[in-house]
Design a binder for this molecule. Structure first.
Ligand SMILES: [Fe+2]
Ligand SMILES: [Fe+2]
Length: 342
């Protein structure tokens, strides 16, 4: 069993309540967690003295810390101080069967959240099919009620949610931001928000943090109020695998660029025009000669390469086509994949 304490929104600086923080540190050290996750807004204004104070005080928590930045940390160019004291903005670790990826969801000069394509691709590379995958970020991936604001989800929430469902099988999200602890499930992904540990902007009976126990196939979530005891939120089974509908929607919305390669441009064009006549709206074929100076770039930009003669880099070679129309129809069906069976 892996025990994680998730703290968030400590807000060192003008919002900080030291007595709450000190008592929470005492409790957390008694819990002896395997990892302490800090899901952003460590400080209030992003300035150096706040980060230095935070680093010294958070150092009293025993055990490993895994922190990501929040919108308040990013204020006043504060991410450089985040890096100075709390490490890289995106990072990953593995604890037995648990893979944890933390991303930077902040934007300069803005309280809005954005993960972006580069970090989403990075997440995909970090997550493992046979593990429990955990994403840590500051902002909300879905709307959280009781926050006093309805427009707080990530700008690219849809893309992040799809990325989680495709690559975060059996996944958990840990986030913070609006100082409201909350947990809900989105298909097979458990989304857990922590409230604020030590800001005076409390939207609950007391400052609070989460205790998360991951044991093989389930997660147990407890909400701990610093001076008002503990609430058992629930135990949730973790299901691996991906709902088929997610792959289906992705397949339906993706485009396919097909490249026909032949030293006879006329021959390549014959197949490309046949393909463009028979294929659906999300596909297009173009042609290239293997002698072209741009051949490497054209092949790299294509989703599928059909060579009409021997050619390195082809997905398939058609050097003896008896029935061109049937061959092209079959290619279209294959490229449609799951969507072709609608
Ligand atoms: Fe906050
Ligand atoms: Fe925030």
């Amino acid at each position: 069993m892996i025990r994680i304490v998730q703290i968030s929104d400590t807000h060192f600086g003008e919002e900080f309540k030291p007595e709450k923080f000190r008592e929470a540190v005492r409790q957390i050290n008694a819990i002896e967690p395997d990892l302490v996750v800090l899901s952003g807004d460590i400080v209030t204004w992003g300035i150096h003295t706040e980060f230095r104070d935070a680093y010294e005080a958070i150092g009293d928590i025993e055990g490993e810390l895994f922190a990501v930045p929040g919108n308040h940390d990013a204020r006043n160019d504060g991410l450089k101080y985040f890096r100075l004291y709390f490490g890289e903005l995106k990072k990953s670790i593995r604890l037995d069967e648990l893979v944890i990826a933390g991303v930077n969801s902040t934007l300069p000069d803005s309280d809005d959240g954005y993960v972006g394509e580069e970090q989403r691709r990075w997440m995909e590379g970090v997550f493992r099919d046979n593990c429990i995958n955990m994403l840590v970020l500051h902002h909300h991936v879905i709307p959280v009620p009781h926050t006093g604001r309805n427009q707080n989800v990530l700008i690219d929430a849809g893309e992040v949610v799809e990325c989680l469902m495709l690559h975060c099988h059996g996944g958990v999200v840990l986030a913070g931001h609006r100082h409201v602890p909350y947990s809900t499930k989105l298909l097979r992904t458990h989304i857990i928000h922590a409230g604020t540990l030590s800001s005076y902007k409390v939207l609950m009976p007391d400052n609070n943090y989460n205790i998360i126990e991951v044991d093989g196939e389930s997660i147990r979530l407890k909400l701990r109020f610093v001076h008002r005891g503990e609430v058992e939120v629930g135990r949730f089974a973790i299901k691996h695998g991906m709902p088929a509908s997610v792959e289906l929607y992705r397949s339906l919305s993706s485009t396919k660029r097909v490249l026909f390669v032949s030293s006879s441009v006329q021959e390549a064009e014959r197949f490309a025009s046949l393909f463009n006549r028979l294929s659906p709206e999300n596909m297009h074929a173009s042609v290239a000669s293997p002698e072209s100076r741009r051949i490497g770039e054209l092949v790299a930009g294509a989703d599928h390469v059909v060579a009409l003669e021997d050619f390195r880099g082809a997905d398939e070679v058609w050097d003896d086509v008896k029935e061109p129309e049937r061959q092209v129809r079959e290619l279209v069906e294959r490229l449609l994949g799951a969507a072709g069976r609608v």
